[in-house]
Write a protein that binds this ligand. Structure first.
Ligand code: AQP
Length: 335
């Protein structure tokens, strides 16, 4: 990573399943272009993933799959720090410290906590509630300036800002107060079966999500089954036509064509033809990524060397921040 005075970017995805088109268009796709202008850290956030019960063998596989996917999507380990969250224990350590300045009331209000509490009522653990504090720790440890996120994470980012300011005010300036980088388009890709809900990798309905591991046939089939509306006109109107607007967004982001041009292109054609074109555009983007991901995941030695170097570089920065935090709090440094 370049040590010049560049701003710092941090982002991550949980290895909670197969990465969706939502994760890709809302987050990972935007990472590679940032690497020259910023000092970027891209993390596989496995500590977050265990807030929902995981099968250990699947978690291991999903984690390495995701590391390979980051690289296949353009994250360059020579330009960015790529690492696994649990390899840098400072994340959990700072999270504990931040827990002591987080209020139960503010964590209780978090939309994702409320949603996940409903979904996982049989496993309402403290980690689910603390999730945003750990996320704040991820961000603040690296003195992050910018956090590219989808719309669903904006509330958590606000908390990270509040905690940074709270700590800075209580002690003295310690953390950079981060800003969110939410892209105008793609920051909220919706489920193909319910356009009012976001596309989520843990959605049990396979037809609701496109994953980056789906075959072309699966992708075509899922778009064919995607819900639409009772009209026949391909027009962007997020309120009146959320399903078609979601498909138009996906088409535009994968084909590179503007939404206005796409509306013209599909004027007068039925939804069937439009859906086939969306599937083709998605397949054209996903197929080369899949091939590269497959090649990388087979090269275990390479991935391990990237992760070793990533963890070392990340920990150097994280340790520096944590030592500063401990000093300010009044902890005695190790002798
Ligand atoms: N549907 C989406 N549209 C746009 N961006 C999205 N992101 C997630 N879903 C969409 C963005 O992907 C990044 C990583 O998310 P995450 O895995 O850390 O957690 P998440 O937001 O909870 O994603 P999922 O897919 O919904 O995971 P599960 O099902 O495990 O909870 C974030 O930047 C997020 O904004």
């Amino acid at each position: 990573m370049d040590t010049q005075n560049k701003k710092v970017v941090f982002s991550g995805v949980q290895p909670t399943g197969k990465i969706t088109l939502g994760n890709y268009l809302g987050a990972i796709k935007n990472w590679a272009p940032l690497q020259d202008e910023y000092n970027c850290l891209y993390c596989v956030v496995d500590l977050h993933s265990i807030t929902v019960q995981q099968v250990p063998a699947e978690l291991r596989k999903n984690t390495m799959d995701l590391v390979a996917l980051y690289i296949a999507c353009g994250v360059d380990p020579n330009k960015s720090i790529l690492f696994i969250q649990s390899h840098v224990p400072e994340h959990a350590e700072l999270a504990w410290t931040l827990d002591t300045i987080s209020y139960i009331g503010e964590l209780n209000r978090m939309t994702q906590f409320k949603e996940k509490s409903r979904k996982h009522a049989d496993n309402l653990n403290m980690g689910l509630m603390n999730y945003p504090v750990l996320m704040a720790s991820d961000i603040l440890l690296y003195q992050t300036d910018l956090v590219p996120v989808g719309k669903d994470q904006v509330q958590h980012l606000e908390l990270a800002r509040d905690l940074a300011e709270r700590f800075n005010n209580r002690y003295s300036p310690t953390f950079v107060v981060p800003e969110g980088l939410v892209y105008k388009s793609g920051s909220s890709i919706k489920s193909l079966q319910d356009p009012t809900a976001k596309m989520s990798k843990s959605d049990p309905n396979e037809n609701a999500i496109i994953t980056l591991f789906d075959t072309p046939d699966e992708i075509r089939r899922k778009f064919k089954r995607a819900v639409t509306d009772s009209e026949t006109c391909v027009r962007f109107d997020a309120d009146a036509k959320p399903a078609i607007s979601n498909l138009l967004t996906i088409y535009s982001l994968t084909s590179g064509e503007s939404i206005a041009d796409a509306e013209k292109r599909f004027e007068g054609v039925g939804y069937g033809v439009f859906k086939e074109a969306v599937a083709d555009a998605v397949i054209a983007v996903i197929e080369p990524i899949q091939q590269e991901q497959k090649r990388l995941v087979a090269d275990k030695a390479y991935l391990e060397s990237v992760l070793k170097q990533g963890a070392e570089s990340a920990e150097r920065i994280a340790r520096k921040t944590l030592s500063k935090v401990y000093r300010k709090i009044g902890f005695i440094p190790k002798f």
